[in-house]
Ligand binder design. Structure first.
Ligand code: MN
Length: 178
């Protein structure tokens, strides 16, 4: 069962190429042809990573990345931008928008898959760190109420109930014979 990757790309050939490539590497790839659907589809699909084309009609990938990074639910999902522009400062603009990774077109198949895998590895390591922190917090919270309710009642009842039963049987034979 592979990790889920949302692929936002208006070019049909690139969309098919990216999805085929990801599926061949064991990922579950979900294509999005229209950038205007990207945010809704990301909410519904809950991807582990988004591959985001930058040059699209109607809405640019940069805008979509900014929207995702301003969204409480989608903010933590890593975004790998894919762009044909090799213009100076382009990568910087993409990173400023909040993308975690960047690959230029035409893509190198190896670098594309490498970039996806390393972004996923980084993201899952970060998630593990966060999980570890919340687990510790939860255990501490759970331990307090138990500690308050558990001990007192049993401590009071046991000493009163047991000694009286033991004493008569021991004292009886020893005390009466002489
Ligand atoms: Mn495009």
């Amino acid at each position: 069962m592979g990790q889920k990757i949302l692929v936002v790309e208006d070019n049909e050939l690139n969309l098919k190429l990216f999805c085929d490539l990801l599926r061949a590497h064991g990922f579950e790839a979900e294509p999005v042809r229209d950038g205007r659907d990207a945010i809704d589809r990301a909410r519904g699909f809950s991807p582990d990573l988004v591959v985001m084309d930058i040059q699209m009609p109607h809405v640019s990938g940069l805008e979509l990345i900014e929207q995702m990074k301003a969204d409480d639910e989608l903010r933590t999902t890593p975004v790998m931008a894919v762009t044909a522009y090799a213009a100076k400062g382009d990568e910087e603009r993409i990173r400023d928008a909040g993308a975690e990774g960047y690959v230029s077109k035409p893509i190198s198949v190896l670098r594309f898959v490498d970039a996806v895998q390393s972004l996923l590895a980084t993201a899952s390591q970060r998630a593990r760190d966060i999980d570890g922190a919340t687990e510790d917090a939860e255990t501490e919270e759970a331990a307090r109420p138990e500690g308050e309710t558990a001990p007192e009642i049993s401590n009071e009842t046991t000493p009163d109930n047991f000694p009286p039963i033991d004493r008569p049987t021991e004292d009886g034979p020893h005390g009466e014979t002489p």
